[in-house]
Structures are given as structure tokens and as C-alpha cells.
Design a protein around this ligand. Structure first.
Ligand SMILES: Nc1ncnc2c1ncn2[C@@H]1O[C@H](COP(=O)(O)OP(=O)(O)OP(=O)(O)O)[C@@H](O)[C@H]1O
Ligand SMILES: [Mg+2]
Length: 221
């Protein structure tokens, strides 16, 4: 599904990572682990096309997408949920989802409804301003936004960061359902290592600018 070869990226004169190679198989779930500031979000930004790469290649289903803009990658089936529960606070839940639908050639009203089905609690709050949602609800909305464009591969950046434990469990269950029942391929950045290793079939560890370990989790064996 996703094939990353010898990727390098950074900011200004500073390289953040070099020679990163990793694959996410069709229907696979790979968790990306690493300390704060090691470059996990930078890698996801490079994969979705928000940050130009300095070397290497990104392929989606065999097609090179390395030079494509983010919206082109999204149209081809990549979804991205950035770190930090990013939504439009002044817009309602429904309006936040409409923004995706109107800016996407592919997402229909049915796609938006299906994305909301993943989060029943959120579906009851469609007229509430996103700025008034709890952190967990905002995260669910951010995930629903990404799902509305019907991705085959989802890049998830720390979806449980800063959330209370009961909401963390809900987000984790949603990720498991998307993976196991809908067959979505997922690259998950996650600080809760226990959860990450339980749900993932493979893991990769980023440290000092390169992948220092990778392999099958218990689940993936
Ligand atoms: N826009 C930017 N401009 C310059 N440097 C940046 C920018 N964004 C991140 N960095 C730097 O790049 C490095 C990697 O940051 P990144 O956000 O990718 O780390 P991370 O692994 O996602 O960390 P965390 O676990 O805290 O989210 C850090 O040193 C960070 O300060
Ligand atoms: Mg990060």
C-alpha cells in the first residue's frame, strides 16, 4: 500500500531524518515510535506532501507520489490526521465535515455520514461549534474529517495525546475497528506503547534521524 524508500527531509539547513525506508502492507497497521522531537510528525508531513523531501521516494500502491501535492495524494487514497486535534473552532461539527466534502472531488454526503458512523457520540453533536467540543471529541472530528475522503491509507499522528483515559479507550477502539473491520491500512504515531504494540502488526522506531529498529509485533507474527 505504502512504500517509503531512503527518504530524507528537514527544515532549512537541518536534516531531521535520512535514509528512512518502511512499508505499510495492504490492510496492515504499522506503529511508528520514537522520543519527543525525533521527527515522527516531520516524517508524516513528508509522506502526505506538506513538506518537500530531500531524497528518496514515496509510493502509494506502486505509484510514485513523491512529487505530488498533498491534495493529489489525498485524492489517491491517503488520509492524514495531524497531531493536536486540528479542526476549525468557529465552525460546527457538520460544517467542519462539509469543508472536506466541498474541497474534495470524491467525498459525498454519504461519505461524511459514514465517517460520522465511526463516532456515534459525535454524530449527536453535529450542530455544536467544534471549539466547544472536548479534546476527545475534537480528535474524533479530526479523524472523521480524514475519513470523509475515503482513504485507503490513514496517517495518524498521536491521536490519543493529551486525552483522558476513557476517551483514549474510545479512540483506540475506533482505530482497531477501522483497521480490522474496514481493512484500512494505517501508519500510527503513538506514545502509548502498550496500545500501539497491541494493535499494530509491525513497528518501527525512529531515533537520531533514522529508523533504528523495525519488526513484527506479537500481533503481526
Ligand atoms: N516547522 C519547523 N521548522 C523548523 N524545525 C521544525 C519544524 N517542525 C519541527 N521542527 C523540528 O524538527 C524536529 C522534529 O520535530 P517533530 O515535530 O517531527 O518531532 P516528533 O517526533 O513529532 O515530536 P513529538 O513526539 O513531540 O510530537 C524537532 O527538532 C523540531 O524542533
Ligand atoms: Mg509529533
Amino acid at each position: 500500500m505504502l512504500s517509503v524508500t531512503a527518504l530524507a527531509a528537514g527544515y532549512g539547513g537541518a536534516a531531521v531524518f535520512e535514509d528512512v525506508s518502511l512499508d505499510v502492507e495492504d490492510g496492515g497497521l504499522v506503529c511508528l515510535l520514537g522520543r519527543n522531537g525525533v521527527g515522527k510528525s516531520t516524517l508524516l508531513n513528508a509522506l502526505i506532501g506538506l513538506l518537500p523531501v530531500r531524497a528518496g521516494e514515496v509510493r502509494l500502491d506502486g505509484e510514485a507520489v513523491t512529487k505530488m501535492a498533498a491534495h493529489q495524494r489525498i485524492r489517491r487514497g491517503m488520509g492524514y490526521v495531524p497531531q493536536g486535534q486540528a479542526v476549525f473552532p468557529q465552525l460546527s461539527v457538520r460544517e467542519n465535515l462539509s469543508v472536506v466534502r466541498e474541497s474534495s472531488r470524491t467525498a459525498s454526503r454519504a461519505d461524511v455520514d459514514e465517517a460520522l458512523d465511526v463516532f456515534p457520540g459525535l454524530a449527536e453533536l453535529t450542530s455544536r461549534s467544534a471549539g466547544l467540543l472536548s479534546g476527545g471529541q475534537r480528535q474524533q472530528l479530526a479523524m472523521a474529517q480524514a475519513l470523509a475522503s475515503r482513504p485507503r491509507l490513514l496517517l495518524l499522528d498521536e491521536p490519543t495525546e493529551g486525552l483522558q483515559p476513557s476517551i483514549v479507550a474510545e479512540i483506540e477502539q475506533a482505530i482497531e475497528r477501522l483497521h480490522r473491520h474496514r481493512g484500512l491500512s494505517i501508519l500510527l504515531v503513538e506514545q502509548f506503547v502498550d496500545f500501539a504494540l497491541r494493535v499494530a502488526d509491525r513497528y518501527a522506531v525512529l531515533d537520531h534521524g533514522s529508523l533504528v529498529a523495525a519488526g513484527a509485533t506479537h500481533e503481526g507474527r
